[in-house]
Write a protein that binds this ligand. Structure first.
Ligand code: SF4
Ligand code: SF4
Length: 114
């Protein structure tokens, strides 16, 4: 067995929470320092983007993006439920709809059973 120990993101929460553009980020680590919950760690390789270690700790406060001196180096990756159109399916008719869609089907007026 290898003696090496690797730090990896927590597997149950593989969300990226933030994404770096390695062409713009210069690894200054300001975002690492301002993060209130220590989501990221600095990259052991100098001038490389930080590493997201504890994605599940992110508050989505946006502090890291706001404080970054290099626009475009880091952006938020919001949870799936907030950044894609979630489709809902009406059980009785089988129709799909989205919250906020332009022509939503009429509301379900059927009284709850039971
Ligand atoms: S959004 Fe806030 S909590 Fe999440 S990584 Fe950035 S600074 Fe940390
Ligand atoms: S994302 Fe911005 S603040 Fe964070 S290390 Fe890169 S350049 Fe610095």
């Amino acid at each position: 067995m290898s003696d090496k120990v690797y730090m990896v993101s927590n597997p149950p929460t593989p969300n990226k929470v933030v994404e770096f553009n390695p062409d713009i980020c210069n690894g200054c680590n300001l975002c690492v320092e301002v993060c209130p919950t220590d989501v990221m760690m600095s990259n052991p390789e100098k001038k490389k983007p930080p590493i997201v270690l504890y994605a599940e700790e992110c508050w989505y406060c946006g502090g890291c993006v706001e404080e970054c001196p290099r626009p475009g180096a880091i952006k938020m990756v919001f949870p799936t439920s907030q950044n894609i159109s979630v489709n809902w399916k009406r059980k009785d008719t089988g129709e799909y709809f989205r919250l906020g869609m332009k022509n939503p089907p009429p509301p379900n007026t059927r009284p709850p059973s039971g």
